[in-house]
Design a binder for this molecule. Structure first.
Ligand code: AMP
Length: 276
């Protein structure tokens, strides 16, 4: 497995790979969710490239950029075992050299939900993913359904900017109790960790209600809110029942929906979602 840092090294290493190339963008501190994307890429592509970059431009000024968990050596061991060909670990200076001033804004689908709670987040995401796409030029890129709005934003960006890249979406990997795997789960204290089960429990209850015939968007949101309310330590930022493509909030009866939520538990911010 080749590990490179600079753009020149990346381009040289990339030119030696056999296509189709699959790209898995990550911020590192890898867990089985990330590795499920790598496994899917390994199945579908001849070469697999993983990027590890904690992208500063997608963090707000009061967010967890400085304490975001990192363990590069462990990540590299996991990726080598998973059969990855090339890992790109650019520095901030490689991605955003001094004088950097170009940004990708995906307008409408960046506005609600995560975009409303984290102003500028998707500008950072879309910009860094566009740069990763340009540098690596993969045939396919793999993203997790865990970050559902990110998938919608990247699809839109890729379409609008004519990237000839297939966007592949992999299901959310969960802990045995249902908690969606996330690098941020390590922030949860031993008291907070059990409380986090109410996120997925609420989403699963809403899915069961939907499958039993419940179609009212308000009721579906309420099933999730009621589950979250059972844990006093869980503070709700939003519970959304939105159109899966436009992300417009839905009212009345729904045939399909993206049910998503963001909460904080103590200082830790968690998101989760389920497709109905
Ligand atoms: P991150 O390192 O958090 O930026 O995540 C990198 C990629 O892994 C993104 O496409 C995420 O959506 C995906 N991912 C993160 N957690 C999970 C999970 N629990 N299941 C599946 N994919 C995930």
């Amino acid at each position: 497995m080749n590990v490179v840092v600079t753009l020149d090294e990346l381009r040289l290493a990339r030119s030696k790979l056999i296509e189709p190339i699959g790209l898995v963008p990550t911020m590192g501190f890898l867990h089985d969710g990330h590795l499920s994307l790598v496994r899917q890429a390994r199945l579908e592509c001849t070469s697999v490239v993983v990027s590890i970059f904690v992208n500063p431009t997608q963090f707000g000024p009061h967010e967890d950029l400085d304490k975001y968990p990192r363990d590069l050596q462990r990540d590299l061991n996991l990726l080598a075992s998973a059969g990855v060909d090339l890992v790109w670990t650019p520095t901030n200076e490689v991605m955003y050299p001094s004088g950097y001033q170009t940004w990708v804004n995906v307008e409408e689908v960046s506005k609600p939900m995560e975009g409303a709670m984290r102003p500028g987040h998707f500008r950072g995401v879309a910009t860094v993913v566009a740069k990763l796409f340009n540098a690596v030029q993969p045939q396919r890129a793999y993203f997790g359904q865990k970050d559902a709005q990110q998938v919608v934003v990247i699809r839109q960006m890729s379409r609008d900017l004519d990237f000839p890249i297939e966007i592949a979406v992999c299901p959310t990997m969960r802990e045995p109790d249902g908690l969606a795997m996330s690098s941020r789960n390590v922030y949860l204290s031993s008291d907070e960790r059990p409380a986090a089960v109410v996120l997925s429990r609420g989403l699963f209850l809403a899915k069961a209600a939907f499958e039993a015939g419940e179609r009212d968007a308000n009721h579906l949101r309420k099933v999730v809110l009621d589950s979250l309310a059972t844990e006093p330590s869980v503070k709700v930022q939003y519970v959304s029942c939105a159109h899966p493509d436009t992300l417009q909030e839905l009212e009345g009866l729904v045939n399909q929906a993206l049910l998503s939520l963001a909460v904080t538990i103590g200082k830790t911010r968690l998101i989760d979602n389920i497709l109905l």
